[in-house]
Design a binder for this molecule. Structure first.
Ligand code: NAI
Length: 292
């Protein structure tokens, strides 16, 4: 393997843990970083479980799975990323926080390294301004969950070089993904189209058009989607959906992207979806909690 021998992934949440898994299965040494050590522990367990599932379904050989586990390193020390050939960032969907991280990474990683963001919506061009290597900054947007979903959306910032684009595309293909390329406008392709649908589903619930179950069943069976929009929002994370809608509204200036008040209220209440056990639906096991 000539390129991307060492891959850094930052943010060990739903997305970062899946991206780290893909990178390790594809044969790279991986450093998965999170500031929260509990998130690293959870990621370690979830990667191990996921690889076991692939092995038990004969979608991965035991040998490849075991080697992948051995290639994964978990850390909270950003200096451990200094030998990375590419760092893929998957932290909170907040431009200021991501920019601060990119500025820090720019000083730590080697001059040839690519800095990629898994952002759902934030401008790659603006993230690149936090670094002295805008030609090596790119959007590499995986879908959730990364080990399963076939798509990677690649976003070129205003200064992203052809070399960076080509190398990132080859990496996504090495991960077994199909690549689509988007220009750097808020929400890119997928979320620009998906988030208005999710927001509209919240409006339908908010205005009492139908129950959550009927909204989801209607869209699932009526438009042949594997999940209804409210169920999908819980899966993505309502906090992430809200952040993306705000970016779409700020970036594209159309009132149709204003987040539905019900979505805002759920996030304010901490009901952010599956990852917290409760969102539009309640995933908590206890009968007392389930009756809420
Ligand atoms: P998450 O909330 O599951 O995980 C984020 C992780 O980042 C947490 O473990 C947190 O401790 C860590 N973190 C936050 N700030 C950090 C920092 N400064 N340094 C190190 N670690 C830090 O979030 P999720 O869902 O994995 O999303 C991550 C990114 O991926 C976001 O930009 C999101 O928009 C994007 N994304 C999310 C998708 C989804 O379906 N949830 C799909 C595609 C992209």
């Amino acid at each position: 393997m000539s390129e991307f021998k060492v891959i850094g992934v930052i943010g060990a949440g739903q997305m970062g843990s899946g991206i780290a898994q893909l990178a390790a299965v594809a044969g790279s040494d991986v450093y998965l970083l999170d500031k929260d050590t509990q998130a690293l522990q959870t990621a370690k367990a979830s990667i191990s479980n996921s690889l076991q599932r692939f092995i038990s379904k004969s979608q991965l050989s035991k040998e490849v799975g075991m080697k992948a586990l051995a290639r994964l390193n978990y850390t909270s020390n950003v200096e451990d990323l200094r030998f990375a050939d590419i760092v893929i960032e998957a932290i909170v969907e907040n431009e200021d926080v991501k920019k601060k991280l990119f500025a820090e990474l720019d000083k730590i990683v080697k001059g040839s390294a690519i800095l990629a963001s898994n952002t759902s919506s934030i401008s790659i061009t603006r993230l690149a301004t936090a670094t002295k290597r805008p030609q090596q900054v790119i959007g590499m947007h995986f879908m959730n969950p990364p080990p399963i979903m076939k798509l990677v959306e690649i976003i070129r910032g205003a200064d992203t070089s052809d070399e960076t684009f080509d190398a990132t595309k080859r990496l996504a293909q090495r991960f077994g993904k199909t690549v689509v390329c988007s220009k750097d406008y808020s929400g890119f392709i997928v979320n620009r189209i998906l988030m208005p649908m999710i927001n509209e589903a919240f409006h339908a619930l908010y205005t009492g058009v139908a129950t959550k179950e009927d909204i989801d069943a209607g869209m699932k069976l009526g438009t042949n989607q594997p999940m209804g929009p409210l169920e999908l929002a819980d899966f993505i994370g309502l906090d992430i959906c809200l952040s993306i809608l705000k970016v779409l509204h700020a970036g594209l200036g159309d009132a149709k992207y204003v987040p539905c008040p019900l979505l805002v209220q759920y996030v304010d209440a901490g009901r952010v979806g599956r990852k917290r056990g409760i969102g539009v639906y309640n995933y908590l096991k206890s009968p007392k909690q389930a009756s809420r």
